[in-house]
Write a protein that binds this ligand. Structure first.
Ligand code: NAP
Length: 262
């Protein structure tokens, strides 16, 4: 009987799971009894997070230290999962990085690494793990985008563009998989209080609030969810009401000082 219950337990892979939003989502999933595979670069930090989750929730947690911006890393993760005999029910593509500053003057290699992580790894991991979910007729893929996905964002141009990729990609895959029993959704946080965003700003959300939105997005039906009413309003204005040129000019003025000091 116990064995049967065990085999019915879900397994989730969460990338960028030791800190910020990924840690909060992992906590929610562990609280539901979901087994976890945590992925990020810093293996010691991951193992510490895993130990906390095991102690608090009594769930099985594995860790894999991997730089997902490296070519072949998503395949290595899929091979590791297959080798360990792990069927993935939920994939949370959360790992991400940001770079602030004008593109003229940015390190081209770091820009490329950002796109490879924020967009490339998300597409590759989805393509690697989705087929088994579709074959089983159940499962979920949550891709963490950003409110920056909805309009061009000067001084975080590559970041916002990579998140626009995540949003568009996820909306398309949602439509492809609607009749399969697999839930595919993009969740877009706005400014959230994590290591990635230490700037002081009004209306900043907590990782726990974003994790609540992720959990309710898993239960809902649409292709994309924005975290928090203020962020939803902002994406409506900047993404739908304003032409892209006006949105970019307004954002340029509001981000210039933070990005350049002028
Ligand atoms: N904070 C915000 O204001 C905000 C707003 C909108 C969207 N988001 C999105 O939310 C997601 C989570 O970010 P966060 O705010 O929670 O920031 P965070 O605490 O810095 O988390 C980022 C996570 O990604 C992992 N990571 C970074 N580079 C990686 C790589 N190359 N390979 C594998 N893992 C990597 C980091 O762990 P290691 O360093 O150990 O690899 C870390 O656990 C990101 O996709 C971000 O774009 C954040």
């Amino acid at each position: 009987m116990k064995r049967k219950e065990e085999t019915r337990r879900r397994t989730a892979v969460v990338t960028g799971a030791a800190t910020g939003i990924g840690a909060a989502v992992s906590e929610r999933l562990a609280g539901q009894g979901t087994r976890l595979v945590l992925v990020a670069r810093d293996g010691a930090r991951l193992e510490a997070a895993a130990e906390r989750l095991r102690a608090e929730h009594g769930v099985q947690v594995s860790t894999l230290a991997l730089d997902l911006s490296h070519q072949g890393a998503p395949s290595r993760l899929a091979e590791w999962l297959a080798g360990a005999g792990i069927e993935v029910d939920v994939l949370v593509n959360n790992a991400g990085a940001s770079l602030m500053g004008p593109i003229a003057g940015s390190d081209p290699g770091r820009l490329r690494g950002l796109v490879d992580l924020n967009a490339g790894a998300v597409a590759e991991l989805t393509a690697l793990l989705l087929p088994a979910m579709v074959a089983r007729g159940r499962g979920a893929v949550v891709n963490i985008a950003s409110t920056g996905a909805y309009a061009p964002a000067p001084y975080v141009a590559a970041y916002a563009a990579s998140k626009a990729f995540v949003l568009s990609f996820t909306q398309a895959v949602w439509a492809e998989t609607r009749a399969t029993g697999v839930r595919v959704v993009a969740v877009s946080p706005g400014p959230t209080d994590t290591a990635m965003n230490t700037r002081r700003m009004p209306g900043k959300r907590t990782p726990d609030a974003v994790a609540d939105t992720v959990m309710s997005a898993l239960r809902s039906r649409g292709p994309a969810v924005v975290d928090g009413p203020l962020n939803a309003f902002q994406t409506f204005v900047f993404g739908r009401l304003l032409p892209a040129s006006a949105a970019a000019r307004i954002a340029e003025r509001s981000l210039r000082r933070a990005a350049t000091g002028y």
